[in-house]
Every structure is written in C-alpha cells, then in structure tokens.
Design a protein around this ligand. Structure first.
Ligand SMILES: NC(=O)c1ccc[n+]([C@@H]2O[C@H](COP(=O)([O-])OP(=O)(O)OC[C@H]3O[C@@H](n4cnc5c(N)ncnc54)[C@H](O)[C@@H]3O)[C@@H](O)[C@H]2O)c1
Length: 365
C-alpha cells in the first residue's frame, strides 16, 4: 500500500486547510482507492502521483547498497527493488532479510536479490550504484580510481543495456570521479547521471547544528557545495533554522568547528567503526530516489556536471539542483561571495585533477 498523506499524516483534523498538499501515490490498492473516493466526497482533490515506478535497481549489496534498498522498500517507492552484487548469495540473502520485515513494518515493495544477473534489473527507472572496494593498505588513490572506475564502468554498461532510460545515481567513491566514470559509460545526458554526496554531507552538517542548538534537525536548512572530501564548501551564509540565519544563533567559533567536523564527517565514522558509514549515506541516496519517483522537484545538493554554472565547465561538482522525474531538472545558481567562489574553484580544481587521472587511464576508449 502506498498512500502518502505527506502533510496531513500528522493531523487528520487539518485536512481542509492543507488540501492542496494531499498527495496519493497511486498503485491500485483498495485502501488507496477508497481513500481517494472519501477525499473526493470531502471535496478535497488529492494530487495523484501518476504511476508507481515498476523497478529500482541498487548495485552493490554491501553496507550502503543494502541500506538504500531497505529505505526504498520501507518508503514503498516502487513495485520492486532489485539488489545486485558480485558475491554469490549476498544480494539474495540481504534482499530476503529486508523482505521478511515487510509484514512487520508494513510495506509491499518486493525486494529481490541477484548475483550478477542484470536481466532481473530490466526496466528499472532508477539505478543506484554503490559497488566498489574501499582503499586497501598500500593502494594509491589512482589505484583506487582505476579499480572502482572499472567496476562502475562494467556495472553501468550492464545495467543500462537492460534499462536504457534509467536515471543513474552514483554513490561509490571517490564520488565525483566515479560519477564522471558512470557518465562516460552510460552514454546519456548528464542530467540523468549524477552523484550522491551533498545530501549526506548536508545531513551531517544539519545534525551537528541541531545538536548544538538542541532543535529539531528538520528545522535546520542548509546547503553544502563542492567535491565530496576535504574541499567541500559548507555555506553558513545559506544556513538557517526555519529562516533564522544560523549566524545569529551560533558564534563564529562554534560554527567553524561544526564546518570542520562536517568536512571530516566521513573520516570520524571510519575512525570509530573501521569502515565507512551506511545509515545516513543509504538514507541520503534514497531521498534522491524519492525525489525522482514522486517528481518532487526537491532542491537537493547533488554532484552534477557543470556547463558554465558558477563559471565552471566540464567538471562534476556538488551544487544545488532541482530533482524531479527527469533527474536534474535544473542546476540552481546562487550568489557566492568572493571567498565562497574561491573555495568552490579550489574544489573544482581538485576534482578536475582526479577526472584527468581517469582520462589518462584510457579506460573508456
Ligand atoms: N557518496 C557517499 O557519500 C558515500 C558514503 C558512504 C560510502 N560511499 C561509498 O560507497 C561504496 C560502497 O560502500 P559500502 O560501505 O557499501 O562498501 P561494501 O564493501 O560494504 O559494499 C560494496 C559492495 O560492492 C560489491 N561489488 C564489488 N564489485 C562489484 C561488481 N563488479 N558488481 C556488483 N557488485 C560489486 C561488493 O561485493 C560489496 O558487496 C564505497 O565506494 C564507499 O566508499 C559513498
């Protein structure tokens, strides 16, 4: 059952005042049908999200991939989510485990796991790529790029063969350059191939601010730009607590500390757990999938190919974008001051160098 009464789930008494915001994700379910009839009788015309997505594929059934599939299933974002991995049994087992939580957590998105069987992914509307290996001792950054780019290339080619119209979201690291690798392999417009990092980094930043101020994290609005790594560009000037500039609520020193902690947010978790994070990354990737599936036109920071925006060209970089059914519907241009633009340029330069390393490897010729 997929009934998303997004704004009214909280308080049914507010039905009439929020009627324009009633949204039903229509998937031929009896409850949905009767709810729709009831709403119409109350003279409330719900917005029907046209068609439920048939299939979403998540490649890589490791920590992040399994979490993405789990969140997608719990949000009932498609009829089926297919988890693919190269390791025999891993995707099958995790998919079965997630599906067995359906009767308990009440969702009906079917969860299927397969080993390298791309036929099972046929007809996917969205493909999330999380496959790859972490950097091992003695491995240079270029070695990691080469290994993971080869994996991203292989899985992108195999998956797009069966789902040529799919929108592709990259999660594998090094994120910006892996997004570029998928773009080279996918042979489709860059608006349909982009990376997830900014939604996660912004989530971390917002969570830290919510802690510092002891406020609900949902009230913290923020924006982060740039590459996924040390050169990311948090923007306190564009951070607010429900419209109140964060600079009025937190001193510079505390804010600077939060910005620094955000930049090293991934490393903090690696130090604690010995491996990189998955709950927030998985949720962040699923948030982008939801924006596409429900055609939400949400404004989210994603790793997008720039074509002149912010004075930068031919580089994948984290920028705010409007995300809807076509993927990136628009790259949003905001005014940056000199210092912010300089930080973004530095970040772009760092990503460009990695993109050049990939070009020099000639994997895509
Ligand atoms: N973008 C971000 O913000 C962000 C955040 C966290 C992690 N990551 C990255 O996401 C990736 C996944 O992280 P993880 O913690 O899930 O790692 P993981 O090791 O738990 O999972 C990776 C999975 O990919 C699979 N795989 C490898 N080669 C494959 C292939 N050719 N086809 C199909 N599957 C293949 C592996 O078998 C493994 O199950 C890593 O590159 C990690 O650095 C990115």
């Amino acid at each position: 059952m997929v009934v998303q009464l997004k704004k009214i789930r909280i308080n049914w008494g507010f039905f009439k005042t929020v009627q324009s915001k009633v949204t039903i994700n229509h998937n031929h379910n009896y409850f949905t049908k009767y709810l729709y009839i009831w709403l119409m009788k109350q003279k409330i015309k719900p917005k029907i999200i046209s068609q439920i997505m048939q299939k979403i594929t998540v490649i890589g059934a490791g920590n992040v991939g399994a979490t993405v599939a789990n969140v997608i299933a719990h949000k009932n974002l498609a009829k089926e989510v297919v988890l693919v991995d190269i390791k025999e049994g891993t995707a099958e087992g995790k998919a079965l485990d997630i599906w067995q939580s359906a009767p308990i957590n009440h969702f009906n998105t079917r969860v299927t796991g397969v080993t390298n069987d791309y036929l099972a992914t046929k007809g996917s509307g969205v493909i999330v790529i999380t496959s790859g290996i972490p950097r091992k001792p003695g491995m240079s950054r270029d070695d990691l790029i080469k290994t993971n780019a080869a994996i991203v290339k292989e899985v992108t080619e195999k998956a797009t063969k069966y789902s040529p119209d799919a929108i592709i979201i990259i999660v594998s690291n090094p994120l910006d350059v892996m997004t570029y690798a998928a773009y080279l392999a996918a042979n489709k417009p860059s608006s349909k191939v982009f990376g997830m990092a900014g939604t996660l980094d912004t989530g971390r930043y917002r969570a830290f601010i919510a802690n510092a101020l002891n406020v609900d994290p949902i009230d913290v609005h923020a924006l982060l730009m740039g590459g996924h790594g040390d050169t990311m560009v948090p923007l306190p000037r564009y951070t607010s607590v429900n419209g109140i500039p964060v600079t009025e609520l937190l001193g510079k020193e505390e804010l600077d500390k939060i910005v620094e902690r955000t930049k090293k947010g991934g490393g903090e978790l690696v130090n604690l757990m010995g491996t990189s994070a998955w709950y927030a990354p998985g949720a962040a990737a699923a948030q982008i999938v939801e924006a596409i599936v429900d055609d939400q036109n949400r404004v989210l920071p994603v790793c997008a190919m720039l074509n002149g925006e912010y004075g930068l060209k031919n580089v994948y970089l984290g920028v705010p974008c409007k995300i809807g059914k076509n993927g990136i519907e628009e790259i949003i241009k905001i005014a940056l001051n000199k210092e912010e633009q300089a930080l973004l340029n530095t970040s772009a330069q760092a990503v460009r160098e990695l993109m050049k390393s990939l070009d020099d490897m000639k994997l895509f010729e």
